[in-house]
Design a protein around this ligand. Structure first.
Ligand code: AMP
Ligand code: MG
Length: 311
Protein backbone atom coordinates (compact mmCIF):
# COMPACT_ATOMS: atom_id res chain seq x y z
CA UNK A 1 0.00 0.00 0.00
CA UNK A 2 1.14 3.54 -0.79
CA UNK A 3 2.66 5.38 2.20
CA UNK A 4 1.15 8.77 2.94
CA UNK A 5 3.27 11.90 3.07
CA UNK A 6 4.10 12.47 6.70
CA UNK A 7 7.42 14.30 6.81
CA UNK A 8 8.07 17.99 6.49
CA UNK A 9 11.26 19.45 5.05
CA UNK A 10 10.67 22.82 6.73
CA UNK A 11 12.73 21.92 9.79
CA UNK A 12 15.93 20.91 8.07
CA UNK A 13 18.93 23.15 7.53
CA UNK A 14 19.38 22.06 3.97
CA UNK A 15 17.00 24.28 2.01
CA UNK A 16 20.15 25.85 0.53
CA UNK A 17 23.40 23.97 -0.09
CA UNK A 18 26.40 25.53 1.68
CA UNK A 19 28.78 27.82 -0.21
CA UNK A 20 31.44 25.12 -0.25
CA UNK A 21 29.02 22.73 -1.93
CA UNK A 22 27.97 25.38 -4.44
CA UNK A 23 31.60 26.07 -5.37
CA UNK A 24 32.17 22.36 -5.92
CA UNK A 25 29.00 22.09 -8.00
CA UNK A 26 29.96 25.10 -10.13
CA UNK A 27 33.41 23.65 -10.90
CA UNK A 28 31.91 20.23 -11.66
CA UNK A 29 29.40 21.74 -14.11
CA UNK A 30 32.14 23.79 -15.80
CA UNK A 31 34.25 20.65 -16.13
CA UNK A 32 31.34 18.79 -17.74
CA UNK A 33 30.73 21.50 -20.35
CA UNK A 34 34.45 21.93 -21.10
CA UNK A 35 35.07 18.21 -21.48
CA UNK A 36 32.04 17.56 -23.69
CA UNK A 37 32.93 20.62 -25.79
CA UNK A 38 36.47 19.27 -26.27
CA UNK A 39 34.94 15.95 -27.29
CA UNK A 40 32.96 17.87 -29.94
CA UNK A 41 29.53 17.04 -28.54
CA UNK A 42 26.71 19.50 -29.21
CA UNK A 43 24.48 20.74 -26.40
CA UNK A 44 20.70 20.60 -26.85
CA UNK A 45 18.18 22.35 -24.62
CA UNK A 46 15.90 20.22 -22.43
CA UNK A 47 12.40 19.00 -23.26
CA UNK A 48 10.28 19.14 -20.12
CA UNK A 49 6.81 18.20 -21.40
CA UNK A 50 6.01 15.47 -23.89
CA UNK A 51 3.26 12.99 -24.77
CA UNK A 52 5.73 10.20 -23.86
CA UNK A 53 8.62 9.87 -21.51
CA UNK A 54 10.88 7.11 -20.21
CA UNK A 55 8.80 4.11 -19.02
CA UNK A 56 11.66 3.31 -16.56
CA UNK A 57 12.28 -0.17 -15.21
CA UNK A 58 11.35 0.67 -11.63
CA UNK A 59 8.00 1.89 -10.42
CA UNK A 60 7.34 5.63 -10.13
CA UNK A 61 4.02 7.45 -10.43
CA UNK A 62 3.56 9.53 -13.59
CA UNK A 63 3.53 13.32 -13.39
CA UNK A 64 0.88 14.28 -15.95
CA UNK A 65 -0.74 17.55 -16.91
CA UNK A 66 -3.68 18.30 -19.15
CA UNK A 67 -2.97 21.04 -21.67
CA UNK A 68 -6.24 22.03 -23.37
CA UNK A 69 -7.32 18.42 -23.66
CA UNK A 70 -3.90 16.98 -24.55
CA UNK A 71 -2.20 14.86 -21.93
CA UNK A 72 1.49 15.64 -21.46
CA UNK A 73 4.00 14.11 -19.06
CA UNK A 74 6.82 15.75 -17.19
CA UNK A 75 10.15 14.32 -18.36
CA UNK A 76 11.54 11.31 -16.50
CA UNK A 77 14.40 11.17 -18.98
CA UNK A 78 14.91 12.35 -22.55
CA UNK A 79 15.77 8.90 -23.91
CA UNK A 80 13.34 9.02 -26.85
CA UNK A 81 14.08 12.66 -27.67
CA UNK A 82 17.82 11.91 -27.55
CA UNK A 83 17.48 8.91 -29.84
CA UNK A 84 15.38 10.87 -32.33
CA UNK A 85 17.73 13.87 -32.17
CA UNK A 86 20.93 11.88 -32.70
CA UNK A 87 19.28 10.09 -35.61
CA UNK A 88 18.27 13.35 -37.26
CA UNK A 89 21.54 15.24 -36.87
CA UNK A 90 24.62 13.70 -38.34
CA UNK A 91 27.00 14.63 -35.54
CA UNK A 92 29.30 12.71 -33.20
CA UNK A 93 27.20 13.17 -30.09
CA UNK A 94 24.79 15.34 -28.13
CA UNK A 95 24.12 16.18 -24.50
CA UNK A 96 21.43 17.89 -22.51
CA UNK A 97 21.39 19.29 -18.98
CA UNK A 98 18.04 17.72 -18.39
CA UNK A 99 15.68 18.40 -15.45
CA UNK A 100 13.70 15.27 -14.58
CA UNK A 101 10.60 14.74 -12.44
CA UNK A 102 10.09 11.24 -11.09
CA UNK A 103 7.45 10.68 -8.42
CA UNK A 104 9.47 8.11 -6.50
CA UNK A 105 7.80 6.05 -3.77
CA UNK A 106 8.05 7.48 -0.20
CA UNK A 107 10.06 4.43 0.90
CA UNK A 108 13.00 5.86 -1.09
CA UNK A 109 13.21 8.73 1.44
CA UNK A 110 16.11 7.24 3.38
CA UNK A 111 18.11 5.90 0.43
CA UNK A 112 20.20 9.07 0.63
CA UNK A 113 20.21 9.37 -3.17
CA UNK A 114 16.65 9.92 -4.37
CA UNK A 115 14.84 13.16 -5.10
CA UNK A 116 11.58 13.56 -6.98
CA UNK A 117 13.10 16.37 -9.06
CA UNK A 118 16.73 16.28 -10.11
CA UNK A 119 18.95 16.89 -13.14
CA UNK A 120 21.08 14.66 -15.26
CA UNK A 121 23.59 15.31 -17.98
CA UNK A 122 22.07 13.08 -20.62
CA UNK A 123 24.50 12.06 -23.37
CA UNK A 124 24.09 10.10 -26.62
CA UNK A 125 26.82 9.15 -29.10
CA UNK A 126 25.99 8.26 -32.70
CA UNK A 127 26.90 4.85 -34.12
CA UNK A 128 29.23 3.70 -31.37
CA UNK A 129 29.40 0.62 -29.15
CA UNK A 130 29.06 0.57 -25.38
CA UNK A 131 32.83 0.58 -24.78
CA UNK A 132 33.27 3.89 -26.63
CA UNK A 133 30.70 5.56 -24.43
CA UNK A 134 32.29 4.05 -21.30
CA UNK A 135 35.67 5.44 -22.37
CA UNK A 136 34.20 8.91 -22.85
CA UNK A 137 32.53 8.74 -19.45
CA UNK A 138 35.69 7.65 -17.67
CA UNK A 139 37.43 10.68 -19.16
CA UNK A 140 34.56 12.88 -18.00
CA UNK A 141 34.64 11.61 -14.40
CA UNK A 142 38.42 12.02 -14.19
CA UNK A 143 38.24 15.49 -15.63
CA UNK A 144 35.51 16.54 -13.12
CA UNK A 145 37.41 15.17 -10.11
CA UNK A 146 40.69 16.68 -11.28
CA UNK A 147 39.10 20.10 -11.71
CA UNK A 148 37.28 20.09 -8.37
CA UNK A 149 40.42 18.88 -6.59
CA UNK A 150 42.46 21.63 -8.24
CA UNK A 151 39.99 24.53 -7.89
CA UNK A 152 38.21 23.73 -4.61
CA UNK A 153 41.05 22.97 -2.23
CA UNK A 154 39.68 25.22 0.52
CA UNK A 155 36.08 24.01 0.13
CA UNK A 156 37.14 20.36 0.24
CA UNK A 157 39.19 21.09 3.34
CA UNK A 158 36.18 22.82 4.98
CA UNK A 159 34.13 19.70 4.33
CA UNK A 160 36.94 17.38 5.45
CA UNK A 161 36.95 15.71 2.04
CA UNK A 162 39.94 14.28 0.22
CA UNK A 163 39.25 13.31 -3.40
CA UNK A 164 41.05 10.50 -5.16
CA UNK A 165 41.58 10.69 -8.93
CA UNK A 166 40.70 7.26 -10.33
CA UNK A 167 42.85 5.45 -12.88
CA UNK A 168 41.58 4.17 -16.23
CA UNK A 169 40.23 1.78 -17.25
CA UNK A 170 37.62 1.50 -14.48
CA UNK A 171 36.83 -2.05 -13.33
CA UNK A 172 33.92 -3.82 -15.05
CA UNK A 173 31.70 -6.37 -13.29
CA UNK A 174 28.68 -8.18 -14.70
CA UNK A 175 25.44 -7.97 -12.73
CA UNK A 176 25.15 -11.77 -12.98
CA UNK A 177 28.52 -12.44 -11.33
CA UNK A 178 27.80 -9.87 -8.59
CA UNK A 179 24.34 -11.26 -7.88
CA UNK A 180 25.84 -14.73 -7.41
CA UNK A 181 28.38 -13.35 -4.95
CA UNK A 182 26.36 -10.77 -3.00
CA UNK A 183 22.66 -11.52 -3.65
CA UNK A 184 19.97 -9.03 -4.70
CA UNK A 185 21.59 -6.04 -2.95
CA UNK A 186 24.83 -6.50 -4.93
CA UNK A 187 25.20 -2.91 -6.05
CA UNK A 188 25.21 -1.61 -2.48
CA UNK A 189 27.65 -4.28 -1.27
CA UNK A 190 30.20 -3.78 -4.04
CA UNK A 191 29.91 0.02 -3.83
CA UNK A 192 30.87 -0.22 -0.14
CA UNK A 193 33.95 -2.28 -1.00
CA UNK A 194 35.40 -0.41 -3.96
CA UNK A 195 37.57 2.71 -3.69
CA UNK A 196 37.19 3.99 -7.26
CA UNK A 197 34.16 4.34 -9.59
CA UNK A 198 33.44 1.13 -11.52
CA UNK A 199 31.02 -0.37 -14.05
CA UNK A 200 28.32 -2.99 -13.71
CA UNK A 201 27.04 -4.35 -17.03
CA UNK A 202 24.16 -6.42 -18.35
CA UNK A 203 20.95 -5.48 -16.55
CA UNK A 204 17.52 -6.64 -17.67
CA UNK A 205 15.54 -3.38 -17.95
CA UNK A 206 13.94 -0.94 -20.44
CA UNK A 207 13.07 -2.09 -23.97
CA UNK A 208 15.38 0.43 -25.66
CA UNK A 209 18.60 -1.01 -24.13
CA UNK A 210 20.20 -3.26 -26.75
CA UNK A 211 19.85 -6.99 -26.28
CA UNK A 212 23.09 -8.80 -27.08
CA UNK A 213 22.43 -10.53 -30.45
CA UNK A 214 24.96 -13.23 -29.50
CA UNK A 215 23.50 -13.82 -26.00
CA UNK A 216 19.70 -13.42 -25.99
CA UNK A 217 18.46 -12.35 -22.55
CA UNK A 218 21.66 -10.36 -21.94
CA UNK A 219 21.98 -6.63 -22.50
CA UNK A 220 24.70 -4.28 -23.74
CA UNK A 221 24.00 -1.78 -21.01
CA UNK A 222 25.84 -0.51 -17.95
CA UNK A 223 25.70 1.44 -14.71
CA UNK A 224 28.58 3.54 -13.47
CA UNK A 225 28.74 3.17 -9.69
CA UNK A 226 30.51 5.39 -7.15
CA UNK A 227 32.65 3.72 -4.47
CA UNK A 228 32.39 4.10 -0.66
CA UNK A 229 28.69 3.22 -0.64
CA UNK A 230 27.58 6.22 -2.74
CA UNK A 231 26.01 3.85 -5.28
CA UNK A 232 24.72 4.42 -8.80
CA UNK A 233 26.03 7.43 -10.71
CA UNK A 234 24.82 6.74 -14.26
CA UNK A 235 22.73 4.30 -16.25
CA UNK A 236 22.96 3.81 -19.97
CA UNK A 237 23.46 1.40 -22.82
CA UNK A 238 23.71 0.71 -26.47
CA UNK A 239 20.28 1.17 -28.01
CA UNK A 240 18.04 -1.08 -30.02
CA UNK A 241 16.70 0.88 -32.97
CA UNK A 242 15.14 -1.65 -35.35
CA UNK A 243 11.34 -1.72 -35.46
CA UNK A 244 10.71 -5.47 -35.11
CA UNK A 245 13.11 -5.77 -32.18
CA UNK A 246 11.69 -2.74 -30.38
CA UNK A 247 8.13 -3.97 -30.88
CA UNK A 248 8.93 -7.43 -29.53
CA UNK A 249 10.67 -6.01 -26.47
CA UNK A 250 7.82 -3.57 -25.74
CA UNK A 251 5.37 -6.47 -25.83
CA UNK A 252 7.62 -8.64 -23.65
CA UNK A 253 7.44 -5.90 -21.02
CA UNK A 254 3.62 -5.76 -21.24
CA UNK A 255 3.79 -2.17 -22.47
CA UNK A 256 1.39 -0.76 -25.07
CA UNK A 257 2.99 -0.20 -28.49
CA UNK A 258 0.31 2.46 -29.21
CA UNK A 259 1.89 4.67 -26.51
CA UNK A 260 5.15 4.77 -28.46
CA UNK A 261 3.56 5.05 -31.93
CA UNK A 262 5.40 8.19 -33.08
CA UNK A 263 8.75 6.72 -32.05
CA UNK A 264 7.98 3.26 -33.45
CA UNK A 265 6.86 4.77 -36.77
CA UNK A 266 10.28 6.44 -37.06
CA UNK A 267 11.92 3.06 -36.41
CA UNK A 268 9.67 1.43 -39.02
CA UNK A 269 10.75 4.05 -41.58
CA UNK A 270 14.41 3.28 -40.78
CA UNK A 271 14.86 6.73 -39.23
CA UNK A 272 16.53 5.63 -35.97
CA UNK A 273 20.26 4.85 -35.87
CA UNK A 274 22.57 2.84 -33.64
CA UNK A 275 23.78 4.82 -30.65
CA UNK A 276 25.01 4.46 -27.09
CA UNK A 277 24.55 6.85 -24.21
CA UNK A 278 23.63 7.40 -20.62
CA UNK A 279 22.58 9.89 -17.96
CA UNK A 280 24.78 11.05 -15.09
CA UNK A 281 22.82 12.44 -12.13
CA UNK A 282 24.11 15.91 -11.19
CA UNK A 283 22.98 15.91 -7.55
CA UNK A 284 24.43 12.44 -7.01
CA UNK A 285 27.69 13.62 -8.55
CA UNK A 286 27.88 16.65 -6.24
CA UNK A 287 26.92 14.51 -3.25
CA UNK A 288 29.79 12.15 -4.11
CA UNK A 289 32.30 14.99 -4.60
CA UNK A 290 31.29 16.67 -1.32
CA UNK A 291 30.84 13.26 0.41
CA UNK A 292 27.50 14.26 1.87
CA UNK A 293 25.50 11.61 3.71
CA UNK A 294 22.20 12.60 2.02
CA UNK A 295 21.41 14.05 -1.40
CA UNK A 296 19.10 16.64 0.24
CA UNK A 297 22.23 18.49 1.36
CA UNK A 298 23.31 19.34 -2.18
CA UNK A 299 19.95 20.29 -3.65
CA UNK A 300 18.09 23.60 -3.54
CA UNK A 301 14.69 23.19 -1.80
CA UNK A 302 15.24 19.43 -1.98
CA UNK A 303 12.29 17.30 -2.86
CA UNK A 304 13.03 14.07 -1.07
CA UNK A 305 10.44 11.31 -1.72
CA UNK A 306 7.66 11.16 0.86
CA UNK A 307 8.25 14.60 2.37
CA UNK A 308 6.01 17.66 2.50
CA UNK A 309 7.50 20.58 0.61
CA UNK A 310 7.24 24.14 1.88
CA UNK A 311 8.26 26.06 -1.21
P1 AMP B 1 18.37 6.32 -14.84
O1 AMP B 1 18.56 6.30 -16.31
O2 AMP B 1 16.97 6.05 -14.40
O3 AMP B 1 19.34 5.44 -14.12
O4 AMP B 1 18.72 7.82 -14.39
C1 AMP B 1 19.96 8.38 -14.75
C2 AMP B 1 20.72 8.88 -13.54
O5 AMP B 1 19.97 9.94 -12.93
C3 AMP B 1 20.92 7.87 -12.42
O6 AMP B 1 22.02 7.04 -12.64
C4 AMP B 1 21.13 8.78 -11.23
O7 AMP B 1 22.43 9.33 -11.18
C5 AMP B 1 20.16 9.90 -11.53
N1 AMP B 1 18.86 9.65 -10.85
C6 AMP B 1 17.90 8.77 -11.22
N2 AMP B 1 16.84 8.82 -10.40
C7 AMP B 1 17.14 9.76 -9.46
C8 AMP B 1 16.42 10.29 -8.34
N3 AMP B 1 15.20 9.87 -8.03
N4 AMP B 1 17.03 11.26 -7.62
C9 AMP B 1 18.27 11.71 -7.96
N5 AMP B 1 18.98 11.25 -9.00
C10 AMP B 1 18.43 10.29 -9.75
MG1 MG C 1 19.59 3.71 -13.22
Amino acid sequence: MEQTIIYSNSQNDFAYPTLSILHIQTEALKAIHDYLYEQKLLQLMPVMLSPITDPLSHETSDARINYFGQELQLTKSMIFHKQLAIASCNTKGIYIMSPNVRLEKPLKRDSGRHLIEFSQVDIELREVKALKFMELLEGLIISIITRVKGKCERELEDLGVSLKIPKRPFKIFSSEELKKKYGEDFEKEISLQEIDPFWITDYHREFYDKEDPDRPGHYLNYDLVYPEGFGEALSGGERDFEYEILLRKIKERYQNPETFKFYLDKAKDGKLVASAGGGLGIERLVRFLAKMPHIREVSLFSKVPGEHYQI
